[in-house]
Design a protein around this ligand. Structure first.
Ligand code: ARG
Length: 481
């Protein structure tokens, strides 16, 4: 089958491209590429997203070439002016793209040649597309990290404000999705504040590690020209040049680390997305998503669907897929550059774009969320949420070993279940039936408000502690800005 396809394609393409070898690297070729070759080889459809980074890099490289005397001032000036013109054309949408020129690097250089003539051919001195693309891609990921990190900070800001409103709003805390112990909604929201804080930390760690310049590694081995790699690194905001030229053109772990950080953040977002879906369902009725973040049904007029929360929940899938995709692309690649690595961009661009969108959507949903405190409070009457508090009372007041207290309260729960009432509805006589030393003081321990207020160990859900945690969270946010 491949034979037939190739033959047919050849007939078409070679006829369409007679002897048009690539102007930038075609010196040793007698004729141009097959149309299929052009199609599989071209990355311009996606790497045009690197245009700004490519221009910045070319400017830094050009200026360094002039400073080191490798390039004349006159040529350097012409190149910089030409790059400005290219930038204007890209901004205006008049820049010509063609798959024949493969990628953004060759597009910029070819257009530069059209605009300024011979001097353009000197820009690529002491540089290869291998160190060029590694540099552009690092710059792009660095920008994406900065955008995502800032967006996560805004989400944290909204979480703190909503937590402050609900520092004393009580709802059932769950384990196994089963009623466990009462908690405050503010405490629940602050749990996500912490997750997103670590996500930001991962982004920053990744940024610090990626912030070294590959530029000047050239094809793989360095160059014979007296370049100044520290100069270009500094001009592009990198902390230093990468130490090893072979590593510089081969490394993509910066993108993997970024995608890993994106994946973890996406998982956190998907968990919150799932909680919103649950809370908005009539079984819970804890929250109502705003009209701005809800959708209707085309057939059922009564519907109010949490599509945005569901999509945030779902998009963790493709984001994790991007990490897996690049891990598999990189696995087993020998040093140094292989064209496989051109496939690094699509998953990385997609994951960054989708994660940023998810963070923004989540920020909007949380900011707009209408919280039904009464529904949350009503839900605390189910599920014997203060059973642990009664066991703690037996331990603290009767010096009962906790295991024994656990058994006693288990029998009390069974009695309440038989009577179809909550623990707080049992009479003192009922309680004494199971443990005669219980007093009316134990009954006070069964109130959810008392239970909440008493959860005052550091990091606990007592409203007083949640308010203090909010103060600290605000200070931490401020310090990170
Ligand atoms: N478009 C290529 C990429 O994205 C640029 C580097 C090409 N290098 C090469 N030796 N063919 O990886």
């Amino acid at each position: 089958m491949s034979r037939g396809t190739t033959k047919r394609a050849k007939k078409k393409s070679v006829a369409a491209n007679p002897q048009r070898a690539n102007p930038l690297w075609g010196g040793r070729f007698a004729s141009g590429p097959d149309a299929l070759m052009e199609q599989v080889n071209a990355s311009i459809s996606f790497d045009k997203a690197l245009a700004a980074q490519d221009l910045a890099q070319s400017r830094a490289h050009c200026s360094m070439l002039v400073k080191t005397g490798i390039l004349s001032r006159k040529d350097g000036h012409a190149i910089l002016r030409g790059l400005d013109a290219v930038e204007r054309e890209i901004a205006a949408g008049t820049f010509p793209y063609t798959p024949a020129l493969e990628d953004i690097h060759m597009h910029v250089e070819a257009r530069l040649a059209e605009l300024i003539g011979e001097a353009a051919g000197r820009l690529h001195t002491a540089r290869s597309r291998n160190d060029q693309v590694a540099t552009d891609f690092r710059l792009w990921v660095r920008d994406a990290i900065d955008r995502i990190e800032a967006a996560l900070g805004r989400l944290q800001g909204v979480l703190v404000e909503r937590a402050d409103e609900h520092a004393g709003t009580i709802l059932p805390g769950l384990t196994h999705l089963q009623p466990a112990q009462p908690v405050t909604f503010g405490h629940h929201l602050l749990a996500y504040f912490e997750m997103f804080d670590r996500d930001r930390g991962r982004m920053r760690d990744c940024r610090a590690r990626l912030n070294e310049s590959p530029l000047g590694a050239a094809a793989l081995a360095g160059t014979t020209y007296p370049i100044d790699r520290r100069n270009t690194a500094k001009a592009l905001g990198f902390a230093r040049p990468m130490e090893n030229s072979m590593d510089a053109v081969s490394a993509r772990d910066f993108a993997l680390e970024f995608l890993a950080a994106c994946s973890i953040a996406a998982v956190h977002l998907s968990r919150l997305g799932e909680e919103l879906v649950l809370w908005a369902s009539p079984r819970f009725r804890y929250v109502r998503l705003s009209d701005a973040f809800s959708t209707g049904s085309s057939i059922m007029p009564q519907k109010r669907n949490p599509d945005a929360a569901e999509l945030v929940r779902a998009k963790a899938g493709p984001i994790i897929g991007s990490l897996t995709s690049l891990l598999i692309t990189m696995k087993g690649l020998p040093l140094t550059y292989s064209k496989d690595m051109q496939e690094d961009k699509v998953p990385t661009f997609a994951a960054a774009e989708q994660l940023e969108l998810c963070v923004q959507v989540m920020t909007g949903m949380i900011a707009d969320l209408a919280v039904d405190k009464a529904a949350m409070r009503t839900a605390t009457s189910e599920g014997f949420l203060t059973a642990t508090d009664l066991a703690d009372w037996l331990v603290q007041q009767l010096d009962m070993p906790f295991r024994e207290a656990h058994g006693v309260v288990g029998r009390i729960v069974r009695l309440a279940e038989q009577k179809s009432v909550g623990l707080e509805d049992l009479s003192l006589a009922d309680l004494k039936l199971i443990e005669p030393r219980i007093t009316s003081d134990a009954q006070r321990a069964l109130s959810v408000d008392v239970a909440i207020a008493r959860r005052s160990s550091y990091g606990g859900t007592a409203p007083k502690l949640v308010r203090a945690a909010i103060q600290r969270a605000r200070a931490r946010l401020k310090a990170q800005r």
